[in-house]
Design a binder for this molecule. Structure first.
Ligand code: CIR
Length: 257
């Protein structure tokens, strides 16, 4: 049984951080409706959804993925790279405490959950504007004793590692080769995004049930379905304007190890 923690959209979403995307007007009411449909998609793929209430003073709090990393054995409260986001994790950690021992990344380390891709016992961590060497070293020190292999991977021209590469099954990754090198992922089958769908590499895998995936990338969706993966499409247009995507709106984990 998989559990997904989400957080409702903040009234202040339009004041979100932006790095690689130009600011465009956001329809917050529409974002709420899209987020509700996203939660429904998670449930359709078999997740129990824990929906935390909005934190209206924190514009980016809907992007709950960045605040914590949950392994089978332990949860890790991150220290997000953007100082404006450092208050978001407290209530997420409280929710996770019911399921895992919670450890924390300490200053001067920074890490955003969006930079952490776990596939089986492999953990890839983006070396990005948000995640620094100290944060990566702290994550490795927590995860390696449990048998995880931690590999740091530099990203370019994108916010997070998972903007550039995500898993669609246990052995297949979806990749935007413009933003990341293929070499660290040589042990996996790779599906490249359609060249006309720049932001299409972020898919949210729900175990072996399938993926939650933006409806805005039909060409890449076809490539994924050809690989035999079930795709549940969601319209995330308003959250995409906040530089968000599918993985960032939830923390998905096995209820018990
Ligand atoms: C930020 O810049 O932090 C937010 N506006 C977007 C965060 C997206 N998070 C993610 O993809 N994991």
């Amino acid at each position: 049984m998989l559990t997904a923690i989400t957080r409702d959209v903040s009234a202040s979403l339009a004041q979100c951080q932006l790095s690689f995307v130009d600011r465009a007007p956001i329809d917050v009411a529409r974002a709420h409706a899209q987020h509700e449909a996203y939660r429904d998609a998670l449930a359709a793929l078999g997740c129990e959804v824990i929906a935390l209430p909005a934190q209206d003073a924190m514009p980016d709090a809907v992007f709950v993925e960045d605040t914590a990393i949950v392994l089978d054995e332990v949860a890790i409260l991150t220290r997000p790279g953007a100082p404006s986001r450092r208050g978001e994790g407290e209530t997420v950690a409280a929710a996770l405490a019911g399921y895992r021992t919670v450890r924390a990344i300490e200053a001067p380390g920074t890490i955003d959950g969006g930079d952490v891709l776990r596939v089986g016992r492999e953990i890839f961590v983006g070396r990005s504007a948000r995640t620094n060497e100290d944060g990566i070293a702290q994550l490795a020190a927590i995860a390696q004793p449990f048998g995880y292999r931690v590999t740091a991977v530099p990203t370019r021209d994108c916010l997070h590692l998972k903007s550039a590469v995500t898993a669609v099954s246990h052995d297949t990754l979806l990749i935007q080769p413009r933003w990341i090198d293929r070499e660290p992922f040589a042990d996996f089958k790779l599906i490249e995004v359609d060249p006309e769908e720049e932001h299409a590499a972020n898919a949210l895998r729900i175990g072996d049930a399938g993926i939650v995936y933006p409806s805005s990338f039909p060409r890449t969706r076809e490539r994924i379905e050809q690989a035999g993966v079930r795709v549940v499409p969601v319209d995330l247009s308003e959250l995409q304007k906040a530089e968000g995507a599918t993985t960032c709106c939830s923390i998905v984990f096995r209820r018990s190890a």
